[in-house]
Ligand binder design. Structure first.
Ligand code: PLP
Length: 385
């Protein structure tokens, strides 16, 4: 089976992990700040805080922005459930803003309309989480301008987008947001097996994120609420978690950074071939915004029902039967049973639902061979031409 995504682990990656395993620290050692500083420098952020996974990063990002009961978090329905769950973890109310039919990212006009209505009835969000779907940045300048006008904070869910850029700056520079979150799950652009990082330019937010990832404990005497009992003292000054990454994982992540650019470049070459060789089929291939250079985590195509009678189910089953591990991104979050119990229903975010109804993600990963991609294209032609 050709998967839709997979990790690329090199001999250098293996050597880096083995070296960390034989060192004095296998967690909370020097590999963590080395990985944080290297990625922060790569994306042009002042700080990076490495955590156990991107879900944990989203959770403590929300906490660091003081999201709590009575507050609202808005995100895209076209995302993995974690982008919304982080709000629920904090006791906040979660809502969604429909997507743009071309980029599949949060629609700025829809956001603007919802904000105007929310202002009128006093239900403005405290935090908005734009998701850079498939690795392509949202229109962050416009979202940031709305944030200034309506007073919300911004967490970019860039789980798909490390290695991408927007208006000439790397995603993660936080030019238009408070915090940007990356995921290092194996299907994402670079991996630490499980892992994530929260980037920020605000030293206070960085310190808070560091504290929240480790139980809410500080060893900084300046932050302690009473004078330290001695040099051993630490004080828990708020409720945090154990969301730490290990040194083994950080060593892997640091080593993986060397393939960040080549991975994104190879993904663009794969996308260019799909674009060219699928152009005459009844498929809508992903639109690339002139404002962004996508990291191309995914290559989602939509069946065009106006041009074919084949159903998405038949296309999916046909590709799977041909040994191609296609997937579907994403089941709109508001249609999940947990969210339906919170009061959401089908039909509420029609653009995301219509996109989902026809979407299939084709194999997209840097070690996909020319021959394997040929197999995918031939199977699509066989089913659709
Ligand atoms: C993968 C993903 C996450 C969660 O990442 P983990 O590192 O697995 O916790 C969150 N948001 C989006 C959009 C993702 O694709």
């Amino acid at each position: 089976m050709i998967p839709y995504g997979r990790q690329h682990i090199t001999d250098a990656d293996v050597a880096a992990v083995v070296e960390a395993l034989r060192s004095d620290w296998i967690t909370q050692g020097p590999a963590i700040p080395r990985f944080e500083q290297a990625l922060a420098a790569r994306v042009g952020a002042a700080h990076g805080v490495a955590v156990a996974n991107a879900t944990a990063a989203l959770h403590i990002a929300c906490l660091a922005l003081d999201l709590g009961p009575g507050d609202r978090l808005w995100t895209s329905p076209n995302t993995f459930v974690a982008s919304a769950n982080c709000g629920l973890y904090c006791g906040a109310t979660v809502d969604f803003v429909d997507i743009d039919p071309r980029s599949y990212n949060m629609s700025v006009p829809a956001l603007e309309a919802r904000l105007a209505a929310a202002q009128a009835n006093g239900t403005l969000p405290k935090v908005v989480v734009p998701v850079h779907f498939a690795g392509q940045s949202c229109d962050m300048a416009a979202i940031h301008a709305l944030g200034q006008r309506y007073g919300f904070r911004i967490i970019e869910d860039a789980s798909h987008a490390v290695g991408g850029s927007y208006l000439g700056q790397p995603v993660g520079a936080c030019r238009y947001s408070d915090i940007t979150v990356f995921s290092f799950h194996p299907v994402k652009i670079i991996t630490t097996a499980e892992g994530g990082m929260a980037m920020t330019n605000d030293p206070m937010l960085a310190a808070r994120l560091e504290r929240l990832r480790s139980h809410g404990i500080t060893r900084d005497a300046g932050l302690m609420e009473s004078s330290p009992d001695g040099p051993w003292d630490y004080q828990q000054i708020e409720l945090g978690y154990n969301y730490r990454l290990t040194d083994l994982q950080a060593a892997l992540g640091h080593s993986q950074l060397s393939q960040l650019e080549s991975s994104v470049a190879r993904r663009h070459a794969i996308a260019a071939r799909y674009d060219a060789e699928l152009a005459d089929l009844p498929l809508i291939t992903p639109w690339q915004s002139p404002d962004a250079h996508s990291a191309l985590h995914l290559y989602p195509v939509q069946l065009d029902p106006a041009r074919t009678a084949l159903t998405r189910r038949a296309l999916f089953d046909g590709l799977r039967a041909a040994g191609i591990g296609v997937n579907v991104h994403y089941i709109p979050v508001h249609t999940q049973p947990h969210y339906r119990r919170l009061g959401f229903s089908r039909g509420q975010f029609p653009v995301a639902e219509a996109y989902y109804a026809n979407a299939v993600s084709l194999p997209m990963f840097p070690t996909l061979t020319e021959a394997e991609q040929g197999t995918v294209i031939a199977a699509l032609r066989h089913l659709l031409a």
